[in-house]
Design a protein around this ligand. Structure first.
Ligand code: SF4
Length: 122
């Protein structure tokens, strides 16, 4: 199989060519550094994405709070992640960066708030 992957690890955006049958026999070209090799291999064999969403919040003038994971999680569980956050309900105040779940879906990524919301009486 042949693929081209655009590396998003740094602004250089190297176009990495990858030819493979298995991860072990993959041949890569076009990468500017080793980080691109692991990015391209991950993208072909176990793609990951940073998960962003919002959760319900009460006690604030907003009804939802934006959240994200602190690192990319497997792309294959993004739908499960969306279902998981539907069940989360928080109460203001909450600070930007505050941890909502420590080991989100057993991925070792934290789920954190990406906005500070004061309580209604603040
Ligand atoms: S391969 Fe290296 S230099 Fe190229 S975009 Fe990825 S991180 Fe940047």
């Amino acid at each position: 199989m042949k693929r081209t992957v655009t590396c998003t690890v740094c602004p250089n955006g190297c176009e990495i060519g990858i030819e493979y049958n298995t991860k072990e026999d993959a041949v890569l070209n076009g990468y500017g550094c080793k980080r691109g090799v692991s990015y391209a291999l991950d993208e072909c064999f176990e793609p990951k994405r940073t998960f962003t969403s919002s959760v319900k919040i009460s006690g604030s003038d907003r009804r939802v709070l934006p959240v994200r994971t602190t690192k990319p999680i497997p792309k294959s569980i993004l739908m499960k992640a969306a279902k998981e956050v539907e069940g989360i309900s928080l109460k203001a105040p909450i600070k930007c960066g505050e941890v909502i779940e420590n080991d989100f879906l057993n991925t070792k990524a934290k789920l954190i708030a990406t906005m500070t919301l004061e309580g209604e009486n603040a």
